[in-house]
Design a protein around this ligand. Structure first.
Ligand code: SF4
Length: 80
């Protein structure tokens, strides 16, 4: 499973931070940070989701008010 985070879209409400600890607060920027991720395009960050964090990652994506977080399965199908 993979998570894709659009930092440009993020408005720093930090609901995701409460759901999955891979998301951290960047208070100065007013944006979340996705730890352990790689910037694959400008302001687009991706990383693998460990099996034991799949539930939390999906929840983080669901609670984001601006849909800045997307979850994909290993076939590239979008789950959330
Ligand atoms: S919930 Fe969405 S808008 Fe809020 S900090 Fe996380 S990614 Fe950004």
């Amino acid at each position: 499973m993979k998570v894709r985070f659009n930092r440009d879209t993020c408005i720093g409400m930090f609901q995701c931070v409460a759901e999955w600890d891979a998301f951290q607060k960047d208070e100065d920027a007013g944006k979340a940070i996705l730890e352990g991720s790689e910037e694959v395009e400008e302001d687009i960050f991706e990383r693998e989701v460990p099996e034991d964090a799949e539930f939390d990652a999906k929840f983080a994506a669901r609670v984001c008010p601006v849909d800045a977080i997307e979850i994909y399965d290993d076939d590239g199908e979008q789950l959330v």
